[in-house]
Design a protein around this ligand. Structure first.
Ligand code: PLP
Length: 402
């Protein structure tokens, strides 16, 4: 008998680790070197974890052999609660914090606990595709609201409101945004919070890039605008602390918990069903939250800023390519003028680029973007290497026909 995947996997996709990756792996196995600009993995580009974080985890290893509390060890949950109390005074207690094996696991748990078949979750387009994938996996429907490239990729409140039906249960806000790099101003967050309040939606705020900001951009937690709305804020160590492999993340509940007792019971049960998150990684959290070594990477002369600048400039020099300047995160999401570069299938474009140039990027449609006219490029390589790679992408595009 042939074993087939469960039907609930139909329509679930995650292109960041999608089919093109098998080709990339095959090329590497055949001795080619592939530049992996498909996944935001800082360690792969020479970003070292803060020494204090690694030391602290190593120091605690001998005492990290057993399962912990399902929601996580107390010192790490206290450190997360402190971090948010400083930003959201009076809103977060230690019992509001759930630790997980990265935001990826917690996003799946949060949606699984909420969504019944046919329930709708509002998700930005473009999105970080995890949210669409976990919604579909839970039997829900991902309803995409548009972010407007001509407005610095900010979401349009009218478009969101027009898409809210009586099946809508939650709205996902990714800020700073992957893939666009947009950082939302308070008035946009107030507007979304107001929609959630009026339409009884849970806010799911993916803020994993809250500290990776450029040009003096300020990050505002949407939870601050949503005291009276149930809000789950997600964060973790993968990006800002350069330890994606540790798998350390958190979810913090704030706002109208009194209307979510049953939901939180379900979430706690799901947390218990995975027994606990990786205990060694939890021990890295207090030291990481006390570490500020990221700051120098973002200031003038800092690697992340320099790379963002170089990627943005070089992309905009390619004929028929334009890119909104990312204000946060570690990606660029350039637009390709389809009048100049007639592309019908952006997955094929990405595959052909990989085969010809040995550069792996992800097609815009992999981010729930409706047209084949965007690409996502990770801005983690050193600036010179990034510039060379982007110039090669430009030359490829100029001669590419579908
Ligand atoms: N959320 C966003 C917006 C991301 O870009 C990523 C990873 O790229 C994640 C969540 C997943 O993070 P984690 O490593 O904590 O699972």
């Amino acid at each position: 008998m042939e074993f087939r995947q469960a039907s609930r996997l139909q329509g679930v996709c995650y292109e960041i680790r999608g089919p093109v990756i098998e080709q990339a792996n095959a090329l590497e196995a055949a001795g080619h070197s592939v530049l992996r600009l498909n996944i935001g993995n800082p360690a792969a580009f020479g970003f070292d974890a803060p020494e204090a974080v690694v030391q602290d985890m190593a120091r605690h290893l001998p005492a990290a052999h057993g399962y912990s509390d399902a929601r996580g060890i107390l010192p790490a949950r206290e450190a997360v609660a402190d971090y948010y109390t400083r930003r959201l005074p009076g809103q977060v207690e230690v019992d509001d914090v759930y630790l997980g094996n990265g935001v990826s696991e917690l996003a799946a748990m949060a949606i699984q606990a909420l969504v019944d078949t046919g329930d709708e979750v509002l998700i930005p387009s473009p999105d970080y595709p995890l949210w669409t994938a976990v919604t579909r996996l839970a039997g829900g429907t991902a309803v995409h609201y548009a972010c407007d490239e001509s407005a610095g990729w900010l979401p349009g409140l009218d478009d969101i409101e027009a898409k809210i039906t009586d099946r809508a249960k939650a709205i996902v806000v990714i800020n700073p945004n992957n893939p666009t790099g947009a950082v939302y101003p308070p008035e946009v967050l107030d507007g979304i919070a107001d929609l959630a309040r009026r339409h009884n939606l849970m806010i799911l705020a993916d803020e994993i890039y809250d500290k990776i900001l450029y040009d003096g951009a300020l990050h505002h937690h949407i939870a601050a605008a949503a005291h009276d709305v149930i809000c789950l804020t997600f964060g973790g160590l993968s990006k800002s602390h350069r330890v994606a492999g540790f798998r350390a993340g958190w979810l913090v509940v704030s706002g109208a918990r009194q209307h979510a007792r049953d939901y939180l019971e379900g979430l706690t049960m799901l947390a218990g069903m995975r027994l606990c998150p990786s205990v060694p990684a939890q021990h890295a959290i207090p030291a990481a939250l006390a570490d500020d070594s990221l700051d120098k990477l973002l200031l003038p002369g800092g690697r992340l800023l320099e790379q963002r600048d170089r990627a943005w400039q070089t992309l905009n020099e390619i004929p028929g390519v334009s890119c909104v300047r990312p204000q946060g995160a570690i990606y660029a999401f350039p637009r390709i003028d389809l009048g100049l570069h007639p592309i019908h299938d952006d997955e094929k474009l990405v595959l052909d680029l990989l085969l010809q140039e040995k550069i792996h990027i992800v097609q815009g449609t992999g981010f729930s973007w409706p047209r084949p006219d965007h690409l996502r490029i990770v801005t983690l390589p050193e600036a010179d290497e990034l510039e060379v790679a982007i110039r090669r992408i430009g030359r490829f595009l100029n001669s590419y026909r579908q």
